[in-house]
Design a protein around this ligand. Structure first.
Ligand code: HEC
Length: 156
């Protein structure tokens, strides 16, 4: 227990010293809440990507206005990922597919977030153009940034 306290104190010191923004969950309950919130953001991303994927594959009727709405939401949600993944839950037994790398390699993770922000902004622009093939390409571009982050930071 003493060692644990020392480790916690040391990591708090490291965070303060480096100015890193991640903070560790202080209890299992805290970790569970943080995990819930983190998964909520990704779950909402999934619910907005679903129809886009359906339209790109021709399974759902194409509707540029709906594309705009989903692209806007994805863009806004992308801006929340950093905040909702800030709490490091890796020291607790929570049910999660988030890999510890998220908190070990914050710059690489941050880059993946930026990729999604950019790809979704690009899709917003494409949707305004009304050009179906351009829009489909841009949907693919968004999907790639989801998959790119999952490859590195999410368990299979
Ligand atoms: C910056 C990294 C990153 C990006 C970008 C990203 N994801 Fe994820 N995603 C994750 C991580 C990490 C998890 C695992 C979260 C957990 O289990 O705590 C996850 C989990 C999910 C889940 C499961 C959520 C749940 O209820 O447990 C879905 C669905 C999902 N992502 C969809 C998407 C879609 C769709 C996109 C793109 C529009 C996307 N993600 C972009 C990292 C990312």
């Amino acid at each position: 227990m003493k060692l644990f306290t020392k480790v916690v104190a040391a990591s708090i010191f490291t965070v303060l010293a480096t100015g890193a923004i991640a903070n560790s969950a202080s209890s299992l309950k805290h970790a569970e809440k943080a995990t819930d919130l983190r998964q909520s953001i990704f779950s909402l991303l999934g619910s907005n990507m679903g129809p886009l994927g359906g339209m790109a594959k021709g399974k759902i009727e194409f509707d540029a206005e709906k594309v705009s709405t989903h692209a806007l939401r994805i863009n806004q949600l992308s801006l929340m990922i950093a905040d909702y993944t800030r709490t490091n839950t890796s020291a607790h037994k929570v049910k999660t597919e988030a890999l510890d790398k998220i908190w070990e390699q914050p710059d690489a993770f941050s880059k993946r977030i930026d990729d999604l922000t950019q790809a979704s902004a690009n899709l917003q622009k494409a949707a305004l153009s009304g050009d179906v093939s351009l829009i489909k390409k841009a949907i693919g571009g968004v999907g790639k940034t989801c998959g790119g982050c999952h490859d590195d930071f999410k368990a299979e």
